[in-house]
Design a protein around this ligand. Structure first.
Ligand SMILES: NC(=O)c1ccc[n+]([C@@H]2O[C@H](COP(=O)([O-])OP(=O)(O)OC[C@H]3O[C@@H](n4cnc5c(N)ncnc54)[C@H](OP(=O)(O)O)[C@@H]3O)[C@@H](O)[C@H]2O)c1
Length: 322
């Protein structure tokens, strides 16, 4: 089968298409013939080498979510999965392939009416958005800022916050055109990447969901209302300055009782994630949640997909098809 591997971390040209042996599932695993492969922001973060220190090495197959048809179940597993259309989390890699392996715990049956492309656009992103908002103790009537709203996690956060009764949903994004698209998904205020550009926007926010991190993170801590909570769910701009936490405790800030936390889906039990994901897939079929597919490209063009990510051209998610 064809697989994409990272031969050299850094530039997208370090990725190559190779022939790899077809996988055989062990106990607790399934093999899935992929129909759609989601190209996540985290794939680009890993490929750039930003997370090199986390133990990734050359030969890694990028990609963490796919959708397709189960073709084999490991020994002792539930054979009724065979022939079912599923969404699957493959781990921090393993997705850019024709035949993917996933743990049975990490697959969810796709409802009739949900395309594989939509499934890999929502599957991880919308659940991250749901649990990140929960981690921030978001409640109806509160104001929300989504920093880095043009990616698939940000888009889902905007929709869920708006549907969840937020009093305001502000977004940061890099263009007016993106701002218009985000307004159509529920954003009430559009800010530039520095958090400026709309005088009518709230001056401070009860909840900030931050997918960006990077050098500007401390400035957004300052935008928290009293008792406000900022949850870092992604670091597409890299790590923040080492002393970023000082912004919680420096003169004047201490009295605001602000909080900052990280959120990773890894800390949510698989059963809870699967239940929310199944409900979100059903909501997508009902038209209550929208998968924003930027472009569908063949697997061979994985490097091109990453180039587009690096150039900041992607609104939503690129999907690869084998
Ligand atoms: N917490 C979890 O469990 C979890 C799970 C999966 C992934 N992740 C993380 O989520 C992130 C990827 O999310 P995603 O796919 O939604 O994001 P993404 O599409 O890669 O980026 C989101 C948006 O951030 C803005 N942006 C990019 N670089 C920026 C910069 N240097 N400064 C300011 N804004 C910038 C861009 O929008 P504009 O150009 O419009 O500003 C971009 O569309 C990764 O960090 C990944 O590790 C977290």
């Amino acid at each position: 089968m064809r697989a994409v591997v990272i031969q050299d971390f850094g530039d997208p040209s370090g990725m190559a298409v190779i022939e790899a042996p077809s996988p055989v599932p062990t106990a607790g695993q399934v093999v899935i013939m992929t129909e759609s492969i989601g190209v996540g922001g985290v794939d680009a973060v890993i490929r750039r080498g930003t997370l090199g220190g986390y133990g990734f090495s050359e030969g890694l197959v990028p990609g963490s979510e796919i959708a397709g048809i189960v073709t084999a179940v490991g020994a002792g597993g539930d054979q009724s999965w065979v022939s079912q259309r599923v969404w699957a989390f493959t781990g921090t890699g393993g997705g850019y392939v024709e035949q993917a392996v996933a743990r049975t715990d990490d697959i969810v049956a796709l409802p009739v009416g949900l395309s594989s492309n939509d499934a890999v656009t929502l599957g991880s992103s919308a659940t991250v958005a749901h649990f990140a908002l929960a981690h921030a103790h978001f409640a109806p009537g509160e104001s929300v800022l989504v920093r880095g709203a043009a990616g698939s996690i940000g888009i889902a956060t905007v929709e869920l916050a708006a549907r969840g009764g937020a009093s305001a949903v502000a977004v940061t994004t890099s263009s007016l055109e993106r701002g218009t698209r985000l307004r159509n998904l529920g954003a009430t205020h559009v800010l530039d990447r520095a958090g400026e550009g709309d005088r009518a926007a709230p001056k401070s926010f009860d909840v900030i969901i931050d997918i960006v991190g990077g050098a500007d993170l401390p400035a957004f801590i300052d935008r928290l209302a009293p008792n406000g909570r900022l949850v870092v769910a992604g670091v597409v701009a890299g790590l923040p300055p080492a002393d970023f936490g000082m912004r919680l405790i420096e003169a004047g800030a201490f009295q605001q009782s602000r909080s900052i936390a990280t959120f990773s889906l890894n800390t949510v039990p698989a059963s809870a994630t699967a239940a929310v994901r199944a409900e979100q897939f059903a909501a997508a079929v009902r038209g209550e949640l929208h998968a924003v597919v930027h472009e569908v490209l063949p697997l061979e063009l994985a490097a091109e997909a990453h180039r587009q990510m690096d150039l900041g051209r992607v609104f939503g998610r690129i999907v690869l098809t084998p």
